[in-house]
Design a protein around this ligand. Structure first.
Ligand code: FE2
Length: 178
């Protein structure tokens, strides 16, 4: 059994506020994509889905006179840093295993290098999964942040993903014990 489900995170007011800011629909898509990549590559599907779901929880809205200012964002954004810290605090409060909370926070910290000085990063498999899932869901002009999904269908998708993670974990456990 997992300590913290995606559903528990989804209904949390902190998630509704901050993930809502950067787009619940995008967050769910990235969680689903991260789950499937983890499944195909034999990485931890629970950590991948959670990091995918929370990866943009640190976004700040760079508005100027009611309009998104991309230049302002590019110059000043640290959403991956804020997101890693915010997600970590939330996960620990919800009862996540501390090693898992750290792995998820690091995957969020490194899901983009847009805020980092030039250079090459050596990413772990989990960190690569979240970055790839995010890239796969991106739309030109940041449109992926504005896709809309209602609360109820969003919650249903999250619950389905929870079941998929549980089923996969269960089948992996059976493999180990047989
Ligand atoms: Fe994203």
């Amino acid at each position: 059994m997992r300590n913290v489900t995606l559903e528990k995170l989804f209904v949390h007011p902190i998630v509704q506020k901050y993930v809502g800011r950067s787009g619940i629909a995008h967050a769910i898509s990235v969680a689903e994509k991260a789950f499937y990549i983890a499944k195909d590559t034999d990485e931890n599907p629970d950590l991948a889905a959670k990091a995918g779901f929370l990866h943009d929880i640190g976004h700040y809205k760079w508005y100027e006179n009611g309009e998104w200012n991309f230049e302002l964002y590019k110059e000043n954004d640290i959403h991956a840093i804020k997101g890693a810290a915010r997600a970590h605090k939330l996960l620990v409060r919800c009862g996540e295993d501390l090693q898992d909370a750290k792995a998820i926070a690091l995957a969020i910290l490194l899901h983009t290098d847009s805020y980092l000085p030039e250079g090459k990063l050596e990413l772990s498999p989990l960190q690569q999964i979240v970055a790839r899932a995010d890239e796969a869901d991106e739309e030109p002009g940041g449109a992926h942040h504005y896709r809309i999904i209602d609360y109820q269908p969003a919650l249903e998708r999250i619950k389905r993903l929870d079941i998929k993670i549980d089923n996969l974990n269960e089948s992996k456990n059976l493999e180990h014990t047989s």
